[in-house]
Design a protein around this ligand. Structure first.
Ligand code: ADP
Length: 266
């Protein structure tokens, strides 16, 4: 019989990792990868040892967000086994499904393939000692979610949502999934992204483009912590596209992501 929480010689997987945190969302495009990347860098900046697994087969964006698109992880042999060395950038150890596929290729990932890739990222990567291993999950509910909880002891899940009704409806499904007995992962809390917009020339105005406080209300409804909100800021999008996370640049967004990292670490 296979017990996937242990290797064949029965040692638990990732014994040197203190906290495994899943970053999830109901919908795509709500800023899950942006949040995961900035949280990872913020935690590393606070002195923690951090790893980030990009398991988002629908669009692996971690290589772009960390400006390591052309990197290929090295592989070494250890006791007759292949061990993958993660790519390190901005103090974070990275593995992405994007490193396995050539850029611009249209690889169709079937559920089982993606699940076995995640298992490989967990079991065959030299993570070493980590305080936090973040997992950027695909949006919605998938085989990958099930594989994750069957493979490793997940400390908790963070749900990222934007405040509008269609995103909240999907986030609700995501929250329910983590609570269901088959998965049963504690919810660390909800992050509301794209909460409002403030134009530079009107610094005291907040425009709630996607509606007001949807994420906060969702957290209240499920009686889980509300971890904080991130406004819509052009430099957050630019940082993602240029591969230099917003949290590394001084300013409001740096504070917002650092505060979030603190509340996740708590
Ligand atoms: P997901 O992982 O949920 O699919 P991404 O993190 O890839 O979403 O974000 C989708 C797009 O929105 C990216 O171009 C990203 O840079 C941008 N984005 C995310 N959050 C913000 C924000 N708070 N302000 C401005 N742009 C954002």
């Amino acid at each position: 019989t296979s017990n996937v929480t242990t290797t064949r010689d029965n040692t638990p997987l990732l014994p040197q990792v203190k906290n495994i945190i899943a970053i999830a969302s109901g919908k795509g495009g709500v800023g899950k990868s942006t949040t995961a990347s900035n949280l990872a860098v913020a935690l590393a900046n606070s002195g923690a040892k951090v790893g980030l697994i990009d398991a988002d087969i629908s669009g692996p964006s971690v290589p772009t967000m960390f400006n390591v698109e052309s990197e290929q992880p090295a592989v070494k042999q250890e006791n007759g086994k292949n061990v993958i060395i993660p790519i390190e950038q901005y103090g974070v150890k990275l593995m992405s499904i994007g490193f396995l596929t050539p850029a611009d290729s249209a690889v169709v990932w079937r559920g089982p393939m993606a699940s076995s890739a995640l298992k490989q990222f967990i079991g065959d990567v030299e993570w070493g000692e980590l305080d936090y291993l973040l997992i950027d999950l695909p949006p919605g509910t998938s085989d990958i979610h099930l594989t994750m909880v069957q493979t490793i002891p997940v400390t908790g899940a963070v749900i990222v949502t934007t405040p509008q009704k269609v995103a909240l409806a999907d986030a609700t499904k995501g929250l329910s999934m983590f609570k269901q007995s088959q998965i049963n992962v504690p919810i660390l809390g909800v992050i509301e992204n794209m909460a409002y917009f403030t134009p530079e020339e009107l610094p005291n105005n907040k425009y709630y483009l996607f509606g007001k406080e949807g994420g906060r209300k969702l957290a209240e409804k499920f009686e889980v912590p509300f971890l904080g909100e991130i406004p819509i800021v052009q430099s957050i999008r630019e940082s993602g596209d240029t591969g230099y996370p917003a949290v590394l640049k001084e300013g409001v967004t740096q504070k917002a992501f650092s505060d979030l990292a603190e509340s996740v670490a708590r």
